[in-house]
Write a protein that binds this ligand. Structure first.
Ligand SMILES: N[C@@H](CCC(=O)N[C@@H](CS)C(=O)NCC(=O)O)C(=O)O
Length: 216
């Protein structure tokens, strides 16, 4: 009989789903992954989470986690060998992530889809994102190379997928920028086995499909 596992509704490129998958991998938790087509959300997802954003984690108990940060913290509360929770000073880490998910994401979306936001130039949107996150992040990373006390913490894993998206909008420009510590930090995360495991490709889930394990 197939073993019951938590079910993760996910979308491969979504930065919030990436942070959730990073934490699940880091904690060594295996889930059943259901890749979602965001234009055709499955009824099963809508039934457990009416807002139906991804990621969503449905635990064996029936408890439903609909926020990526809740999934990260749930996973790391099970197993946290590298001390991602303890490494991240609570208030400071929460502030980094709040800025990344708030003002930075606002600027990132407008920089990435500048044609939909002609009220300002693409560069003005990019500058906004740089000012609120990239510059302070670079200062912090110059000191230690990560956001935790003596090593990476959950905030590194939560912020990194959004910075990855930002860097990818104009790779040549990003490579020319002076934020060496941030570029190095991004490269380190992108080259990590954890990220590779988190980015495995899955076909879009259909009801009745055989369960697919994540990580594979
Ligand atoms: N606050 C949520 C945000 C999740 C989110 O916005 N996910 C996007 C994909 S990157 C989504 O599901 N968009 C589809 C929609 O909003 O209908 C979290 O941290 O999990």
């Amino acid at each position: 009989m197939a073993e019951a596992r938590p079910i993760l509704y996910s979308f491969r490129r979504c930065p919030y789903a990436i942070r959730a998958r990073l934490a699940l991998c880091q904690a060594g938790i295996t889930v059943e992954l259901r890749e979602v087509d965001l234009k055709r959300k499955p009824a099963e997802l809508m039934a457990v989470s009416p807002r139906a954003t991804v990621p969503v984690l449905v635990l064996e108990t029936g408890r439903v986690l609909t926020q990526s940060l809740d999934i990260m913290h749930w996973a790391l509360a099970q197993t946290d060998d590298a001390q991602w929770l303890a490494q991240g000073d609570g208030a400071t880490s929460r502030q980094w992530v709040a800025t990344a998910d708030g003002d930075f994401k606002h600027g990132l979306d407008r920089y990435k889809y500048a044609e939909r936001h002609p009220e300002r130039s693409q560069q003005a949107h990019r500058d906004e994102a740089v000012r609120c996150l990239i510059e302070p992040l670079d200062t912090a990373l110059q000191a230690s190379g990560h956001l935790g006390h003596t090593g990476p913490c959950w905030a590194d894993a939560a912020v990194f997928p959004l910075v990855r998206q930002f860097a990818a909008v104009d790779r040549a420009w990003w490579e020319s920028t002076p934020w060496v510590a941030t570029r190095r930090w991004l490269e380190h995360w992108q080259a990590s086995p954890l990220f590779a495991a988190s980015m495995q490709k899955y076909p879009v889930w259909q009801p009745g499909d055989a369960p697919l394990r994540f990580p594979a």
